[in-house]
Ligand binder design. Structure first.
Ligand code: PGA
Length: 259
């Protein structure tokens, strides 16, 4: 069985080193206690750029460090950008790409997402690639959601060679389910259905082996109340957790639920 994966997306909720330190003061001993008795899911903290080295110095052993975005070139005249090599240099192993909030607020296009995926995978970063439809579809027009997810996934992976896919994680994150939007999570059964569909797309774009080996997780209003019901679904390999990951006690409960 694949190890489950839990990705914390802090977004811009923690806004000072003092807050990061206070968080880790609660999280680290709790995590260490959990780790004594059992094998834990893989936990990745995707934190704002400015806290990457600081968070790295405080993360308990076994947790990985991630960023929430990356640029597609490694060096050059790109004011304000942070490149894959810069991320690796400060100990980052994972990066979220294509989050709907970046698509919406920063105008990130499928083409930009595709370039970022290429660049990050080429540099050896694990890519946490987000796709998901904006509006919840009724059963009658479920096909529209399927087509949309297929289109986003296909464009994001255009030209990405099979040999780079080892470190790819797909996230089905319906935009309507994110806590800041409607805040109503998808049902585990529907999320699992979409994730099976995404695996079928991977089989078509690559092959059956990739379709089963690729990790696919769910995101959108995941909390300690529902994490277990998502990870229990066979095709779902883990969860991406936004607001519930910004409270250390709640996030520890999410991890416990996912065991
Ligand atoms: P949420 O956010 O868990 O607060 O819904 C998830 C995300 O946007 O990654």
């Amino acid at each position: 069985m694949k190890q489950k994966l839990i990705v914390a997306n802090w977004k811009a909720y923690l806004t000072s080193q003092r807050e990061v330190k206070a968080y880790m003061r609660v999280f680290s001993p709790g995590y260490a206690r959990l780790a004594v008795s059992r094998a834990l899911p893989q936990v990745v903290f995707c934190v704002p750029y400015t806290y990457l080295p600081f968070a790295k110095s405080l993360l308990p052993r076994g947790c990985a460090l991630g960023a929430q975005d990356v640029f597609w070139e490694n060096r050059g005249p790109y004011t304000g950008e942070v490149t894959p090599q810069m991320l690796k240099d400060v100990g980052v192993t994972h990066v979220i790409i294509g989050h709907s909030e970046r698509r919406r607020h920063l105008g990130e296009t499928d083409e930009m997402v595709n370039k970022k995926v290429h660049a990050a995978l080429t540099e050896g970063l694990a890519v946490v690639l987000c796709v998901g439809e904006t509006v919840k579809a009724s059963e009658a027009d479920e096909k529209r959601s399927l087509d949309f997810v297929k289109m986003q996934l296909t464009k994001a992976l255009e030209g990405v060679p099979r040999k780079l896919l080892k470190r790819l994680v797909l996230v089905y994150e319906p935009v309507w389910a994110i806590s800041e939007n409607a805040g109503i999570p998808d049902t585990p059964v529907d999320a699992a259905r979409m994730i099976m569909f995404m695996r079928r797309i991977m089989a078509r774009l690559y092959d059956a082996k990739i379709a089963t080996s690729c990790r696919v997780i769910y995101g959108g209003s995941v909390s300690s109340q529902n994490a277990a019901s998502f990870v229990r679904e066979e095709p779902i390999d883990g969860v991406l957790v936004g607001s519930a990951s910004t409270n250390a006690r709640e996030f520890l409960k999410v991890i416990t639920e996912a065991l």
